[in-house]
Design a protein around this ligand. Structure first.
Ligand SMILES: *Cc1c(COP(=O)(O)O)cnc(C)c1O
Length: 429
């Protein structure tokens, strides 16, 4: 600790952040090229065709390194398509993290599959591999993981578990498009990598989603479930059982993506890697400035291992309250904001699913029992107290600024605001 006390802005001291952020937080980055691509779709009136979408799928699959990709109207539908694609049905258990955006797990309810919630690791905020194994039963069919806030999951430990138990692996890549684990693209480890491409996500095309897979049958099953328009085209559905139902969607749902979004996606893809490099440069500087700062722990991965945080979607940090007199994340964030920096307590839209009554109480399909347990007797992960690590970590999480551009002086000022609050925590007691 530096000892030199500076009066915190929350108590009338000088604000740390004085520079103009300019466009450093502006997202998505939309250029005339995006505008022209979208305008062309509107002018030609081809919003509901799928030729541009197929072009985007081909380019996206090449970029990520899989044989197939399939677009959806949003990320939630991509996850539903992935689950059906992997063969999930009534009573099948799917293990995933409780701490993730709800759309990772809840599409399972549409299939009457059973979401089984597991703990996260309190440092990475990604699913705890030990707890995956702990929750496997005879009924477990799949595991779904979220590379949470851009942090890659521990694939070296997860892959042997799913292989040993013969489970399907779905990766929710909504926070981590383009991210790497030891040199390999996230989304290419499991049977299928599904993700949102919603406007706020690090790969932004508007409302949209996509999944990638090397398994033709997973891809065809998802087409059959909700891309009825495509099933009539020759050569798309080759599986004989699926082919019997061409022309009608097995899920009774519609997955099609508006082509204004896929047209924008093709443009975004051209610039995505270079934009992520700039984001990573800025975020690395931010956390490097905070090395050794008391009470603060970076939520990041060591890039020397060949892993990275992709586009750092919804960047987070963790407090070490024992080093700062037990200051709460609410108080800490408030003081940082007073310094003119960006910080909120907890993980934004994400909150542990098991703390919500939906799995415990909601009888979605009128089965006389809550849907999540109508086909299973599992009640080990549906109520407060069941996942103590996840519950405890919530009070340590803070959001940190997610810079989209590199501006050394501005990033350093933001980091200085966090350091000032941490080093002068006594003023908050
Ligand atoms: C945003 C998000 C989704 C859902 O995507 P939508 O495009 O909003 O439907 C799914 N999983 C995670 C982790 C997300 O952050």
């Amino acid at each position: 600790m530096t000892g030199r006390s500076k009066k915190l802005a929350i108590h009338g001291g000088q604000k740390t952040v004085t520079l103009d952020p300019g466009d450093i937080f502006k997202w998505p980055i939309v250029t005339e090229e995006d505008e022209a691509a979208v305008l062309d779709v509107i002018r030609r009136g081809v919003m509901s065709q799928f030729d541009i979408t197929q072009g985007f799928e081909k380019e996206f699959a090449e970029w990520i390194g899989t044989k197939h990709a399939l677009c959806f109207g949003n990320g939630t539908m991509a996850l539903l398509g992935a689950m059906f694609g992997c063969g999930l049905g009534a009573g099948d258990e799917i293990i995933g993290p409780s701490l993730t955006y709800w759309a990772t797990m809840l599409p399972a309810l549409n299939l009457r599959a059973v979401p089984v919630l597991a703990e996260v690791d309190p440092d990475t905020l990604c699913i705890d591999p030990t707890d995956i194994e702990h929750r496997i039963t005879e009924r477990t069919k799949a595991v779904i993981i979220t590379h949470h806030f851009g942090h890659p999951c521990d694939m070296d430990r997860i892959m042997p578990i799913v292989e040993k138990h013969g489970l399907k692996l779905i990766e929710d890549v909504s926070h981590a498009q383009g991210g790497l684990y030891k040199g390999k693209k996230l989304g290419t480890f499991g049977e299928v990598g599904a993700m949102s491409l919603m406007a706020g996500k690090s790969f932004p095309i508007g409302e949209g989603g996509i999944f990638v897979t090397n398994d033709r049958l997973v891809w065809e099953r998802a087409v059959a479930f909700g891309h009825y328009g495509r099933t009539m085209r020759e050569g798309i559905i080759t599986d004989p059982e699926l082919a019997r139902f061409r022309g009608m969607p097995l899920g009774g749902v519609k997955f099609r993506l508006n082509q204004t979004a896929s047209a924008m996606g093709r443009v975004q893809l051209k610039y995505y890697d270079e934009r992520c490099v700039e984001i990573r440069r800025a975020m690395s500087l931010f956390w490097d400035c905070l090395e050794g700062c008391p009470g603060l722990q970076a939520h990041r991965v060591d890039e020397k291992t060949g892993s990275n945080m992709g586009g750092w979607y919804a960047a987070m940090g963790l407090l070490k309250p024992e080093e700062i007199g037990g200051v709460t994340n609410v108080k800490f964030a408030e003081a940082v904001r007073a310094e003119g920096a960006e910080c909120t307590p907890s993980c934004g839209n994400t909150s542990p699913i098991h703390l919500h009554p939906i799995l415990r109480e909601a009888d979605v399909h009128n089965e006389g029992k809550p849907t999540a347990i109508a086909h299973s007797e599992r009640t080990d992960c549906t109520k407060p107290g069941d996942l103590p690590v996840t519950e405890a970590v919530m009070s340590r999480v803070i959001s940190v600024p997610r810079f989209k551009r590199f501006n050394k002086e501005y990033v350093e000022q933001q980091a200085a605001a966090f350091r000032k609050v941490a080093e002068n925590y006594r003023e908050l007691l």
